[in-house]
Design a protein around this ligand. Structure first.
Ligand SMILES: Nc1ncnc2c1ncn2[C@@H]1O[C@H](COP(=O)(O)OP(=O)(O)OP(=O)(O)O)[C@@H](O)[C@H]1O
Length: 710
């Protein structure tokens, strides 16, 4: 379904024409099916290398931490800029071509304002000086100068306003687009891809990049829009330099200019060098990373309502508090160490703040030389002095911005690389086969199939050999932890397998697009989700295109035996439900009015809603497999029988012909005997396989379990 989703036209957001309008086709969800470009791998490789070079030990730095500035990282940053910048800028240009161009031009013009302002003031001072010396005050001339000044100020204000509003519009739509891309990137990734630790780190840094769009350099991050600040600062620096060189234009005076520049840049250079060498505000050793993670985990345990019952029952409060305090103290220790480092630096003689007076005095030296060797006016001196100071401050801001930008480039690299991650379960475009329907249910064959969650662990599924004929009903039973749910997830194509064969209707499952395959199955998970929303949403999520179809909703509720309790709720299917966990959209706990407006359900009622969700699509002809993982664990015996009767009816034509394959996992062996075949799992293997009677005759584990249960 995700692949077919298109963004609907949204008329209330006129600032996103290219994204949401007719020409926005370029941003449809199916975009990600485009083949990977050659550069995509290079972006990922450069990003990955930047994380390794940052640590001498060869370990990776924690996501979000600063890369040191050295030759290798500079080269990698350069490569990432080359590969990503055209794409990112291209995105903005696609949104607002002329506004983006205007934004860049206006930023360049904006940067020239300070130098022009200084020049204009200098002319005014000279004029006043000559009037004071001559004693001849021409009010008309003064008025003309005042008017010119005012026009300049109004013009500056207007350009400033235009630049800010243009930037604002581009920024708002760019932020929308970037967030849109982030969500698009996330919903298309499957579980095996998301469980790869490197991919998780990549997505973490990609998220930091997206967060940096939230407003300037929030969270201490560099926003892509700070790149426009680099433009302003560069043009400001250039205009000051131009101004200074026009003041001192002979060869002799150039040596004064160079002396001036050196004296202006000296404090900043020393401060930067020392900062660069002595202080890095990162937490990048494993212990620090562990402390941060533990602190967050404990905070989450303390805040989240989802854990509250177990926290209370098991008396976890003191332990959470102690663990959080230990991790927090460790963090405070680290922060203090960093602050101490900063203070040590600021005590240094060469530190900029304490020696500003000395450097200011040094900057006067070239001016004295200038006075001696020219007939400069008072305005010229003022302009010269101000330009030197401004040059120093601008250069300082520019280098600080560039240092931040340097880190921002790696986050941008992560974002670009994340856009092109190929989901692990997605077959290569040239290998894709469309789902082959059997019309009598799904035929599934597993041969020597093995699976482990981690390569370094013992397989959870070992040498599974299983054939389920089209239209058959299979019960999977076995002790806790024997691998039943894992097998279900492999069958549902949520997890991949490591070795062996898995065919569906005679076709290798790896050739089907997961989304295509999923449109032919329905399921009820053992750990089903409770959605923070209404009954209607909780059920309708099973077939989202029928969410607003009351007949489809009522049928699904009826099949799951959920009609009566839903009717009893004050707003029926529109009643909002209390999930018990942290409701989305609230940072800590939602306000009490919000909670009280929601309705509590029992465990069995929630399970019936999960079953209704599965039934939203179960009866549809294209659905060929119904897989139920412990669907009746919270239901009474009567409800359990009625559920399996319903599944039987849905999967059989009135003529008695089977049209759907049914697999269910259960601990209740009285239910299992209803199936055509039973697979008894033990320690990741299918230990016994056959009909109920055959297994009883074998007198093995199943027979023992059955005897114990009756
Ligand atoms: N996401 C996971 N990551 C790592 N290991 C897992 C994961 N899920 C399950 N396991 C491990 O796989 C093994 C099989 O778990 P599984 O949930 O498949 O068993 P089960 O037979 O369904 O158990 P139960 O009857 O309790 O539901 C267990 O040892 C479990 O610890």
């Amino acid at each position: 379904m995700g692949q077919k989703t298109k963004l609907s036209r949204n008329r209330s957001l006129p600032i996103f024409p290219a994204v949401l309008g007719a020409s926005g086709a370029a941003y449809r969800c199916e975009d990600y099916r485009k083949p990977a470009r050659a550069g995509d791998d290079a972006i990922y490789a450069a990003w990955l290398k930047s994380r390794t070079v940052a640590q001498a030990s060869g370990d990776h730095i924690a996501p979000g931490n600063h890369r040191p500035f050295n030759h290798t990282t500079a080269q990698l940053a350069h490569e990432l800029c080359k590969l990503c910048f055209p794409d990112i800028l291209g995105l903005f240009f696609t949104l607002h071509p002329w506004r983006t161009a205007l934004m860049i031009i206006l930023q360049l013009i904006r940067g020239m304002f300070p130098a022009f302002r200084g020049f204009s003031h200098a002319v005014l001072i000279d004029e006043l000086q000559s009037m004071i010396i001559s004693g001849n005050f021409l009010w008309l001339r003064i008025a003309r100068f005042a008017a010119t000044e005012m026009i300049r100020a109004v013009l500056e204000y207007f350009i400033d306003y235009l630049a800010s509003s243009t930037e604002n519009i581009v920024h708002t739509s760019a932020r929308f687009l970037i967030e849109y891309k982030q969500i698009e990137q996330r919903v298309r990734l499957d579980i095996p891809t998301l469980s790869d630790p490197t991919i998780r780190d990549l997505l973490h840094e990609s998220d930091l990049f997206v967060r940096s769009f939230g407003g300037g350099s929030s969270f201490g991050l560099f926003s892509i829009f700070d790149f426009t600040r680099i433009l302003v600062l560069t043009s400001e620096l250039a205009s000051h330099l131009l101004m200074l060189s026009s003041l001192i234009w002979t060869g002799k005076h150039y040596s004064i200019l160079i002396l001036s520049l050196l004296s202006a840049l000296l404090p900043f250079t020393i401060s930067w060098l020392r900062n660069g060498q002595a202080y890095s505000g990162d937490f990048d050793n494993p212990y620090e990373v562990y402390a941060i993670a533990r602190q967050e985990r404990m905070r989450n345990l303390a805040y989240s309502d989802a854990y509250r019952p177990e926290v209370l029952v098991f008396g976890l409060g003191p332990w959470i508090l102690q663990s959080w305090a230990r991790a927090r103290r460790a963090m405070i220790g680290l922060e203090r160490r960093q602050v101490a480092d900063e203070h040590k630096l600021s005590d240094q003689f060469w530190s900029y703040t304490n020696s500003a007076g000395l450097f200011a005095a040094m900057q006067n030296l070239p001016m004295i030389l200038l006075v001696q060797s020219s007939s400069a006016s008072l305005g010229t001196f003022t302009l010269y002095r101000n330009s030197i100071q401004a040059l120093f401050l601008t250069a300082r801001s520019l280098v600080m911005t560039l240092r931040l930008a340097f880190q921002g480039v790696f986050l941008m690299g992560a974002f670009c690389a994340a856009l092109h991650i190929q989901p692990k379960l997605q077959p290569a475009a040239d290998k894709v086969v469309r789902y082959k329907r059997s019309l009598r249910g799904m035929k599934i064959e597993l041969k020597n199939l093995s699976f482990s969650y981690r390569n370094d662990r013992e397989p959870v599924l070992k040498d599974i050999n299983l054939t389920i004929e089209a239209g058959e009903t299979l019960a999977i039973v076995g002790p806790n932890g024997s691998g039943k749910s894992t097998l279900a997830n492999v069958l549902l194509r949520i997890l991949d397998y490591d070795s062996g064969e898995f065919t569906v209707n005679g076709v290798d499952i790896r050739k089907y697009r997961p989304a295509d395959y999923h449109s032919h199955v329905t399921t009820v998970f053992q750990g089903f989700s409770k959605y923070d929303g209404s009954v209607k949403e909780n059920v309708g999520m099973g077939l989202i295109q029928e969410l607003h179809n009351p007949v489809a909703l009522q049928t699904a509720l009826h099949l799951a035996g959920a009609v009566d309790f839903v009717k009893a709720l004050p707003q029926g299917v529109k009643s909002k439900l209390n999930t018990g966990g942290k409701a989305s959209g609230w940072f800590h706990n939602p306000p009490s009015e919000y909670v009280h407006a929601r309705h509590e359900l029992s465990g069995g009622e929630w399970q019936r809603l999960a079953i209704s969700r599965g039934f939203m699509r179960a009866h549809r002809p294209e659905v060929e497999l119904i897989l139920l993982d412990e669907p009746t664990s919270s239901l009474d015996a009567h409800a359990q029988n009625s559920l399996f009767d319903t599944v039987g009816k849905i999967s059989t034509l009135p003529t008695g012909e089977r049209i759907k394959t049914v697999i269910f996992i259960t601990h209740r062996l009285s239910t299992a005997r209803r199936a055509d075949k039973i697979a008894m799992m033990e320690r990741g293997r299918i230990a016994e396989f056959g009909t109920h009677d055959e297994l009883l005759q074998q007198d093995g584990s199943y027979a023992a379990l059955y005897r114990a249960s009756v």
